[in-house]
Design a protein around this ligand. Structure first.
Ligand code: C5P
Length: 236
């Protein structure tokens, strides 16, 4: 049972969506050994969080740097190599073929895994058209998922509601990492298409990114433990 819980523990990634390193550290201390994997996004990273990422790695935690890189290939490759040297486990890049190939080259020889962001979930067909794209969201997500596989990156970050169809499209070649997770009966906040931890795992997700259901809970540690338990049961 404890092996199953440890495997499930690594599938839960808690999003440290707080504005200061002090707040993040207080939360990490409360979560203790229950949580093994943290996502740090642009807000906390630009607020001094890169040193926190290094400290988390030194203390044995896994770190997902959600930096959504996108630049000319040389810059992406070199920036990715720097992220790899921190010891991070996951890094996001926008899923453009050049960017993905550059990130794959930059992490060569390290254990860093690259996740592609296909289409931001704040974009709908009209937003893509306004930005000059001729594809709609569904077609673009599928095209970029296949390009991610061809570019040799490791996975995709995508809405939990898209996991089942993407899993069919890419098979077991890519890791699928999903936000938009809400345990049954919890507040949806601003997420529009929510999926329970158990349903996301059964649909084929490899890791779940969870923010407020843990970070805003009266007892964050108990909330995280309950999600890990649900993941373990769904993985059985
Ligand atoms: O608090 P909540 O569980 O909604 O947080 C979800 C996390 O996943 C946040 O860090 C959010 O930025 C991120 N995310 C998301 N939807 C996406 C991509 C990332 O909610 N499409």
């Amino acid at each position: 049972m404890s092996d199953r819980i440890d495997t499930a523990r690594d599938k839960l990634i808690v999003a440290l969506d707080v504005s200061s390193v002090a707040q993040a550290e207080a939360l990490i201390a409360r979560l203790g050994d229950t949580v093994s994997f943290y996502k740090l996004g642009m807000e906390i990273i630009y607020g001094g969080g890169l040193e926190l990422a290094r400290r988390l790695v030194s203390s044995g935690k896994k770190v997902f740097l959600d930096l959504k890189l996108h630049d000319i290939p040389t810059t992406v490759e070199r920036a990715t190599a720097q992220v790899a040297s921190i010891g991070a486990t996951f890094l996001t890049v926008h899923a453009y073929p050049q960017t993905m190939a550059a990130a794959a080259a930059g992490r060569a020889g390290s254990s860093l895994k690259i996740l592609g962001v296909t289409v931001m979930t704040s974009y709908d067909n009209a937003d893509l058209a306004a930005a000059g794209y001729i594809s709609g969201v569904k077609e673009m997500v599928e095209r970029r998922a296949l390009q991610a596989r061809d570019a040799g990156i490791d996975g995709l970050i995508l809405s939990a509601a898209e996991v089942a169809s993407l899993r069919k499209l890419v098979g077991s070649d890519l890791l699928l990492v999903t936000p938009g997770i809400r345990p049954a009966g919890s507040n949806a906040d601003d997420q529009k298409r929510i999926v329970t931890p158990g349903d996301a795992i059964r649909a084929g997700a490899d890791h779940l990114v969870v923010g407020r259901p843990v970070t805003a809970a009266a007892d964050p540690r108990a909330a995280a433990a309950a999600i890990i338990d649900e993941i373990a049961q769904a993985s059985a």
